[in-house]
Write a protein that binds this ligand. Structure first.
Ligand SMILES: C[S@@+](CC[C@H](N)C(=O)[O-])C[C@H]1O[C@@H](n2cnc3c(N)ncnc32)[C@H](O)[C@@H]1O
Length: 214
């Protein structure tokens, strides 16, 4: 398909996408929020009082959703804490502490850890998607690596009852990733929310309760 035609189709699909329209109406920065919302509504992941990290947070719809779930009834601050991190800048969101940097770099991880000051987390979210090269072996290895880092971060920082939700893709490393989750979590679920496009190999993995808390 010619590139222009491809762009036109993308624009047409995007404008007519019900989740794009809903996100605009409800004030969310991205349609991705409805993926998290559906998983949260079925798994009851997010509750007031929690400490939550959102990895790969920009433009911020997941952080907005988490913030709304932790917000007090009187419209004051939040009951809980939210830390968000991304390679790219993010427009500020009230009560969300943002760090800009590459999660694969130790220096960035140190910054995040210094904000946590030893407090354990209830939930780690990762919607991080590495840049894709088009070579499925290379891309699959990149996805596996970023998820491996998220799992090791979760292992070090989650409460024993905490959960990790990551974006993943069906590909050559899928089984390795599932096994990595099964080694670390008591319960492992895969989720394909309605807002995740059928033609995308995207799938979300949820690990609940650490098998070997640190
Ligand atoms: C699909 S977007 C996230 C959308 C977000 N959940 C939302 O609801 O607005 C994926 C994000 O992951 C970020 N990302 C990818 N690799 C990263 C890395 N190594 N470190 C930090 N962020 C990364 C990208 O910059 C991008 O903003």
């Amino acid at each position: 398909m010619a590139k222009n035609k491809f762009n036109q189709n993308w624009v047409h699909d995007h404008i007519n996408d019900p989740y794009v329209k809903l996100a605009q109406k409800e004030g969310y920065r991205a349609r991705a929020v409805y993926k998290l919302k559906e998983i949260d509504e079925s798994e009851k992941l997010i509750r007031p009082g929690q400490i939550i990290v959102d990895l790969g947070a920009t433009p911020g719809s997941w952080s907005q959703y988490v913030r709304n779930k932790l917000a007090g009834k009187e419209g004051g601050g939040i009951d809980g804490e939210i830390f968000a991190l991304d390679l790219l800048p993010m427009e500020p969101i009230a009560d969300v502490q943002f760090i800009q940097g590459d999660f694969r770099e130790n220096e960035v991880l140190d910054q995040l850890e210094s904000k946590l000051v030893g407090r354990k987390l209830d939930l780690v979210l990762s919607d991080m998607a590495p840049n894709l090269s088009g070579n499925s072996t290379v891309d699959s290895a990149r996805v596996e690596y970023i998820i491996e880092l998220a799992v090791s971060f979760a292992k070090a920082h989650l409460k024993p009852t905490g959960s990790l939700l990551v974006k993943c893709f069906h590909g050559p490393s899928y089984n390795n990733i599932i096994n990595m989750f099964k080694d670390e979590f008591k319960v492992v679920l895969n989720k394909k929310p309605k807002a995740s496009k059928d033609k995308s190999s995207e799938i979300f993995l949820l690990g609940k309760g650490l098998k070997h808390p640190e």
